[in-house]
Ligand binder design. Structure first.
Ligand code: HEM
Length: 518
């Protein structure tokens, strides 16, 4: 009887007690620094994860809270950049403070084990890895293997043509486009290429890339934000560990094979991994360092370029007017007796504009790859503590109506007159003049930008030159939904690729190039 009385008496305090215990995990904490600056405004609840299509929630918050806002993901603070000027101020001007990476449990600790360029903090190890990667990726270096990119783009057109039986059958282009991107990166990293989209290595590599993009969303994994979940054997944790092991086995296996050839005195083409072995001692590289340098190419450099080419093919059936204008330009400048080449680029401004608009309209990474601040910082009277994850909201930046009027429409004409490459455009002092933010910003900006631009140019100019691209009756292509929580690719779709002229058959390579390609 006494016990019940006591329970009833104290029950009036239960709601407060529950609030006291649970509240900090649910409600926003409005931090202020010693001088009284508050963190940027943001939604009142904490979000343990934003799983599918997070750009939609961020877009709504952006409209409510403006150019910069903050979101708590459990105990981790995120600051979201929605405005070109803020992007430049924080990531470029104050890049010394905003160029690190947060140690995500899934991506950085489990899958990449703290290695890889993309996961590394802003430190000497990152500088070394990035310098080594740039030896292959800098614009000057590209000229040394431009023939490889050129040949692979022709081979892609051939394999699409063959799969479509000369335009008779609709096809899903994903595996062919994936092999194109992979072959380029296999050539750069390992000095060899694959022969078909069904090659087990191609299938496995694309599968690993897909799993990586599924598992590495900036907000999608609750396990990243709730520490006790990291200690127990959940399905997510197992998937992350398996992916790490698979990466090491597949790419470590290719490295061992290359080393065996070098040791046996066999001829090995110049490539990233060869130079890593040659300079291993001088550069003080561990086995894991070398594996993850090659993975930066074969994963970072594959899903991204293959993704944007897939978005192009998904988009074209609903834009016959764009295709018609591109065909007209191609017929005038290139004609039908030869392929468009890298040298034609400046003479084909409408095609260049299509590619810039494509990267704006369908950026593979709507959230970039989040940066992380190192020290406490005050920006426009707002406090950004050290250790804050900083997200470049590419989706919002690309739907800025002042910069891109009628931003929800695909209008290549908006880029006519922009003669800069994306690398040069990213260096413009006025951030409102930058073409787009698809490659990120500041000191972590994509190091593969120049090679990606070359690959995309060769493929898109040739797809337009070779085919009329149309949809399949009764099979609508979704341009809103997608796969991947970090890098996005369209849901599986099919298109018809009908040759535009008889000369295509004569100009296509009639066989696969040999395996040793550099
Ligand atoms: C359409 C193609 C591509 C897109 C849209 C793209 C986009 C991006 C973005 C948004 C970032 C993050 C930048 C930042 O942190 O601000 C990034 C980083 C990176 N990208 Fe790309 N990328 C593409 C192609 C490539 C290629 C071909 C490579 C070749 C190796 C590559 C390698 C990397 C690496 C290693 C990083 C990490 C850089 C670092 O953390 O310092 N990417 N990319």
């Amino acid at each position: 009887m006494i016990n019940i009385t006591i329970i009833l008496y104290y029950s009036q305090y239960y709601p407060n007690a529950i609030l006291f215990l649970v509240g900090p995990n649910i409600f926003r904490k409005n931090l202020i620094d010693k001088a009284g600056h508050p963190i940027p405004p943001g939604p009142p609840l904490r979000y343990a994860f934003l799983r599918q299509y997070p750009e939609r929630a961020l877009h709504v918050w952006g409209q409510k809270y403006g150019s910069i806002f903050s979101v708590w993901m459990a105990k981790q603070l995120f600051v979201v950049i929605n405005d070109p000027k803020v992007a430049r101020d924080l990531l470029v001007v104050h890049g010394a403070n905003f160029s690190s990476r947060w140690s995500y449990f899934m991506k950085n600790q489990t899958i990449l084990a703290g290695g890889a360029i993309t996961a590394a903090g802003y430190n000497d190890s990152w500088r070394k890895h990035r310098r080594i990667a740039m030896q292959m990726l800098a614009p000057k270096a590209i000229e040394g293997y431009s023939d490889v990119l050129d040949v692979e783009a022709r081979v892609l057109i051939r394999s699409l043509y063959d799969a479509a039986e000369g335009g008779m059958l609709p096809i899903n282009p994903a595996a062919h486009v994936g092999r194109f991107s992979l072959n380029n990166m296999l050539a750069l990293s390992f000095g060899f290429r694959s022969y078909s989209a069904t090659d087990p290595l191609v299938v496995k590599a694309l599968e690993l890339g897909h799993e990586f993009m599924q598992l590495t969303g900036p907000w999608s994994n609750i396990i990243d934000f709730i520490t006790p979940l990291q200690w127990i054997p959940t399905r997510m944790r197992s998937r992350g560990r398996r992916l790490h092991t698979d990466f090491m086995e597949v790419y470590g296996g290719l490295m061992l094979e290359l080393k065996r050839k070098m040791d046996a005195g066999e001829e090995v083409p110049d490539c990233l991994v060869k130079s890593l072995f040659e300079n291993q001692t001088k550069e003080e590289l561990s086995w894991q360092d070398m594996c993850f340098l090659s993975i930066a190419f074969t994963t970072g450099g594959v899903h991204s370029t293959s993704g944007i080419i897939q978005w192009f093919l998904a988009l074209m059936p609903s834009h016959p007017d764009v295709q018609a204008r591109a065909h007209e330009e191609l017929d005038k400048v290139v004609g039908r007796d030869r392929w468009p080449t890298a040298e034609d680029e400046q003479q084909l401004p409408y095609l260049r504009a299509i590619i810039k608009e494509l990267l704006r309209f369908h950026s593979p990474f709507w959230m970039g790859i989040p940066h992380c601040s190192e020290k406490d910082f005050v920006y426009n009277d707002m406090y950004i503590p050290g250790g804050t994850v900083v997200v470049l909201n590419v989706y919002n930046l690309h739907h800025n109506e002042e910069r891109y009027p009628n931003s929800s429409a695909f209008i290549p004409e908006r880029f006519l007159g922009d003669e800069l490459s994306s690398s040069d455009s990213s260096k413009l002092a006025d951030p409102m003049k930058r073409d787009h933010w698809a490659f990120g910003a500041g000191r972590r900006i994509c190091p593969g930008m120049a090679v990606a631009e070359r690959e995309i140019w060769l493929v898109i100019s040739r797809l337009l030159w070779a085919f009329n691209i149309s949809g399949v009756a009764g099979e609508p292509i979704s341009l809103e939904e997608y796969e991947g929580n970090s890098g996005r690719t369209p849901l599986p779709f099919r298109v018809k690729l009908e040759p535009r002229h008889a000369n295509l058959e004569n100009l296509m390579p009639d066989h696969e190039p040999s395996n040793t390609c550099r």
